[in-house]
Design a protein around this ligand. Structure first.
Ligand code: ADP
Length: 676
């Protein structure tokens, strides 16, 4: 069975191989791409996680530092408490005068309670309730003084009360006397009376409500003195100095009273140059006053401090009843008061390192209120963390200013993955390509081998069978006469010749396929090649059924060629011309030059072929018309051998043919350069 081109089973096989190869290439490629994508994604996640960890660590460090500062604050307050030995006021003053660092106060205010939750600092004038008692006693006197403005009557009313034993009532009455004297125009007397009262040594140790009245008397005296045309500065200084001593050393006045009086003292002193106050607290009076003010504000806003004992310890809370600008946290029996300004500036100082080119931060309080940092973050928060002890449920949030920071952190790795991935894909594709080619080649070889065996066995069988029949006939003596015997012998010889040619072709083809065919290139004469080829086919062509013309141009250039191989080329072409022509054969062999090449042209007037067929005839085992070829003893190898030899000579072969009109084959070989 002859095969024509690729068999259908060959196609099936090839399709399978291509499919398998595609899977072998595509599958790993897809897997690799998937792997790269996953790796890139993981790398980004890892970079993100790494940054989150690093920043989380930074925050933890900052929190720790802040907690240390907070612990130091408590430690300091504790020291002062121990030194004060229960004297809340001393404790307060020493805490306020202390510093954590230069310009950083330990706290800006304090409220101290005792074990029962009763406030022991700051004390308030209203705590005693003495004012109400006074109002009752002086009802008539005050009505005369303030409503009727009958100062003489009021004075005698006050004078009457001034003789009582009750210190508080007596003191209040004296002040009433002084006031009514002033109001009735007796300033000098008023000043004298007030001065005697203020500088009476007996009164200096007065405590409680009487002490308050006594202290107030100083301010009254000071006001009377500064109202004079000629201010007695020495007396004014003495008065204010004594009051300051009572305020700071006497420790008998309620805190709010002290604050009020101290402010008054300094106000008067400031407006009277030459009045110099000598107080150990001069330098700090401003700050102490502020701290007292803040502590009083909190104490007034939270009158019932018993509940304060149930507050969680150590956590800052906004003391919103005392105003939106005060924070406090409880430690034992103390409510440590911090101004919002101080708390925020400390937080900012502590966490400002999170404000950089890449990152911004934001602190949000336990109530979700914005505290500091970036107001409106544009990106999603990437790290959120607590502020640790002292600020329970407060949060610090970090944002990246540039959204692609993870990208840039991961990009190096991503680039590495992508490049190595691309390289591997290229390698896979290349390997797939090579494997495909190798397998394809193998399949082709296999197919060739099959075709070859099929063709060889078939083509050898035919001449052998006919030879055997002829020889058997002769051996058995089944012939009429000598003439018939000669005819049989001639037929046998022809079959033999055909067989030899076939075997020659097979051998050449086999050598060709194994790349074993070597050519001995040397300068040869094209005319000699043509003549030798003509001679080889001479016997056959001179059988009277063929008109054979040879035309060889004169002065042909030599060519570099293997003489015998080129003879084979021409013999094959001539042989074909003979085989595929009818009885009135006209075959021409022409050798001529054209454009620096030597052309061998074999033309016949035979069967010819279609243009489509002409394109395929140089393929192995291809035959246009099998029945015709079979009859003429071909196997479809002749022209492929011809093409192989011509190619090896760097020449070309072309065919011009028309079905029924004959064919012309032209072999063109380059003329040898050194020639002529
Ligand atoms: P084969 O041994 O069959 O002749 P070839 O390779 O020599 O094999 O030729 C291939 C086919 O080309 C032939 O089978 C034939 O059909 C066609 N062919 C070759 N030469 C000619 C020609 N001169 N005229 C017509 N057909 C030809």
């Amino acid at each position: 069975m002859k095969s024509k081109g690729i068999t259908s089973s060959g196609y099936g096989q090839l399709r399978w191989v291509i499919l398998l190869l595609s899977i072998a290439v595509i599958l790993p490629t897809v897997c690799l791409l998937w792997f790269i994508a996953a790796a890139v994604r993981n790398e980004r996640l890892a970079a993100r996680q790494k940054l989150i960890n690093v920043y989380g660590q930074y925050i933890a460090e900052r929190n720790e530092k802040r907690e240390e500062a907070e612990a130091l604050r408590i430690e300091k307050i504790n020291d002062h408490w121990e030194r004060a030995d229960g004297r809340a006021e001393d404790f307060f003053i020493s805490v306020i005068r202390d510093r954590l660092e230069k310009d950083v106060m330990v706290c800006e205010g304090l409220v101290v309670v005792n074990g029962d939750g009763e406030r022991i600092f700051p004390t308030l004038a209203t705590d005693t309730g003495e004012a109400e008692r006074g109002d009752l006693v002086f009802q008539r006197a005050q009505s005369l003084e303030f409503v009727d403005r009958n100062y003489t009557e009021a004075f005698s009313e006050y004078s009457q009360k001034a003789r009582t034993e009750d210190e508080y009532i007596r003191f209040k009455a004296i002040l009433g006397q002084v006031r009514t004297l002033v109001k009735s125009g007796k300033r000098r007397e008023a000043i004298r009376l007030c001065r005697e009262f203020v500088f009476d040594e007996k009164h200096r140790d007065s405590k409680g409500p009487a002490g308050i009245v006594f202290a107030n008397a100083h301010i009254l005296l000071a006001n009377l003195l500064i109202g004079e045309e000629q201010v007695n500065k020495a007396l004014l200084q003495k008065t204010l100095g004594q009051l300051l001593f009572i305020i700071d050393r006497g420790r008998t006045l309620p805190t709010d009273q002290k604050l009020f009086l101290r402010n008054k003292v300094y106000e008067i002193a400031r407006s009277h140059p030459g009045v110099n106050l000598k107080s150990p607290y001069d330098l700090d009076h401003q700050r102490i006053s502020e701290a007292e003010g803040l502590s009083i504000r909190v104490a007034e806003s939270y009158p019932d401090m018993r509940q304060f004992l149930s507050w969680p310890e150590g956590g800052y809370q906004l003391l919103d009843r005392a105003g939106a600008d005060v924070y406090g946290f409880r430690h034992g029996l103390w409510l440590i008061i911090r101004s919002e300004e101080q708390v925020l500036s400390e937080l900012k100082e502590m966490y400002k390192r999170f404000e950089s080119d890449q990152v911004s931060y934001r602190i949000v309080s336990n109530t979700g209120e914005y505290i500091c940092g970036v107001g409106k973050p544009e990106r999603e928060v990437f790290v959120k963390s607590g502020l640790g002890k002292g600020f329970p449920a407060w949060q610090i949030e970090l944002y990246f200013k540039d959204g692609d920071i993870f990208e840039s952190a991961a990009s190096k790795q991503v680039a590495l993955y992508t490049w190595s991935g691309a390289l591997v894909i290229i390698l896979i594709l290349a390997a797939g390509g090579f494997a495909g080619r190798a397998v394809g080649k193998q399949i082709r070889l296999n197919r060739l081998k099959n075709d070859f065996i099929a063709t060889v066995s078939h083509e050898l069988k035919t001449p052998l069978a006919s030879m055997r029949v002829l020889v058997d006939t002769l051996l058995e003596g089944n012939y009429k006469d000598q003439k018939q015997a000669t005819e049989y012998l001639q037929l046998t010889s022809k079959e033999n010749e055909r067989l030899s040619r076939l075997i020659d072709n097979f051998l050449t083809f086999s050598r060709m396929e194994r790349n074993k065919q070597t050519f001995e290139m040397m300068k040869v004469s094209p005319a000699a090649i043509a003549r030798d080829a003509a001679e080889a086919v001479g016997t056959k062509f001179n059988d009277g059924r063929c008109k054979f013309d040879i035309s060889i141009d004169e002065n042909l250039p030599e060519i570099s060629a293997d003489h015998d191989a080129m003879v084979t080329v021409l013999v094959n072409l001539l042989d074909n011309a003979y085989k595929y022509s009818y009885d009135d054969r006209q075959i021409k062999l022409r050798v001529f030059t054209e454009g620096g090449s030597v052309c061998f042209e074999v033309a016949d007037n035979g069967a010819g072929m279609s243009r489509r067929a002409a394109k395929k005839i140089f393929k192995r085992f291809y035959q246009v018309d099998r029945s015709l070829s079979r009859g003429s003893g071909g196997c479809g190898l002749g022209l492929s051998i011809v093409k192989f030899i011509v190619d090896a000579h760097k020449g070309t072969i072309s065919v011009y043919s028309k079905a029924g009109k004959g064919s012309t084959f032209t072999v063109k070989l380059p003329a040898s350069k050194h020639e002529r």
